[in-house]
Ligand binder design. Structure first.
Ligand code: FE
Length: 344
């Protein structure tokens, strides 16, 4: 549609995450969703590139026949295989679906930044594969060949049908709920749950002083991902405020049900990929950790927790606890202006 000729200015009350004033132009002011602008600036301050991280020690350890067991090699590769799909699915969702329907200019600014970060993450996996001389076809095709990865990705992709449809439009209760469901699935579940047993395995390597370059790559990715998740949570909570009619009790029950289904898929993933456990993390530990994470995600959008368990991997909370991480950003951000070393 052509831009309307008018001497009227957009009122801040017309700004909404979806169904807001015209977003033909990224007219940044009046700015309403300041969380998005803050996230955009944090993303820029945290900028990093995979090639800035040394991989020499990883290369030596991978080549050595004494450092890594066969189970550890397998776990490392499967985790990488899952990661290669996760970020690209997230990127596609932003660019091919979500962006189009978001009418908040500052949220669009952050989505542009987020899309680039997803590309950097895919670059990181490529860089690890290349550095270690892994079989690219094996890693990047793993989502078709390892059922537990396939099932997680397929669960996420099955929600594409709604908002990926070229005819899809927000503005009706049903379609607004479809949009909200999309954020729940891609952010709360994909970025908020499905990454986490893979993160735990990578930090398991790091704690053993193994594959530390790869683990550092993943730490940078996790820092970005926790921002993506935070942003997704803000989107959900803001839509709830702006359009309370979409947050029906049925819809809330639907979100809880999706999270519970995701927990089962994630537990199956962890238990089939690491059948003997790894680095002291056993099958029961993984289940409890995933349940603990899922409860946190539910609580973040004011839904009832389902599992009420303690964190069995307390060492992970230092790296992934969102509230701590917020502190971490506030206190440490200047040290990370151009990809300095990470310390947790
Ligand atoms: Fe992400």
């Amino acid at each position: 549609m052509p831009v309307k000729w008018t001497n009227e200015r957009i009122d801040i009350n017309q700004r909404r995450i979806i169904n807001g004033a015209d977003a033909d132009v990224i007219q940044l002011y009046p700015m309403k969703h300041t969380f998005a602008w803050d996230a955009y600036n944090t993303g820029n301050a945290n900028h990093w590139l995979p090639t800035e991280i040394g991989m020499q020690k990883d290369i030596e350890q991978w080549r050595s026949s004494t450092v890594l067991s066969e189970d550890e090699r397998r776990a490392f590769k499967v985790v990488l295989g899952f990661f290669t799909t996760a970020d690209s699915i997230a990127a596609n969702n932003i660019v091919l679906a979500a962006y189009k329907h978001v009418t908040s200019p500052e949220c669009r600014m952050y989505l542009l930044r987020q899309g680039y970060e997803e590309a950097i993450h895919t670059h990181a996996y490529q860089y690890i594969v290349e550095s270690l001389g892994l079989d690219e076809g094996e890693i990047f095709n793993m989502y078709r060949e390892v059922e537990a990865i396939y099932n997680k990705d397929n669960f996420i992709l099955s929600f594409n049908e709604g908002i990926f449809d070229p005819m899809f439009k927000t503005g009706m209760l049903e379609t607004d709920q479809k949009f909200l469901e999309n954020i729940v699935v891609f952010s709360l579940i994909m970025e908020g749950i499905f990454f986490y047993s893979a993160f735990a395995v990578m930090f398991g390597f790091q704690r053993q002083n193994k594959m530390v370059g790869s683990a550092e790559q993943i730490q940078y990715i996790m820092r970005d991902e926790s921002q993506h998740l935070n942003f997704g949570i803000n989107l959900i909570n803001t839509i709830k405020q702006e359009q309370p009619e979409v947050w029906t009790s049925e819809f809330q029950a639907h979100v809880v049900d999706l999270v519970r289904r995701a927990v089962e898929l994630e537990v199956t993933f962890a238990q089939t990929v690491f059948p003997k456990g790894i680095f002291g993390m056993n099958a029961e530990g993984f289940r409890q950790y995933i349940e603990y994470i899922a409860d946190r995600r539910l609580a973040s959008v004011a839904l009832p927790i389902q599992y009420d368990v303690v964190n069995p991997f307390p060492w992970m909370s230092e790296a992934v606890d969102l509230s701590k991480e917020k502190n971490f950003f506030e206190t440490r951000v200047t040290e990370y202006q151009v990809g300095g070393a990470l310390q947790w």
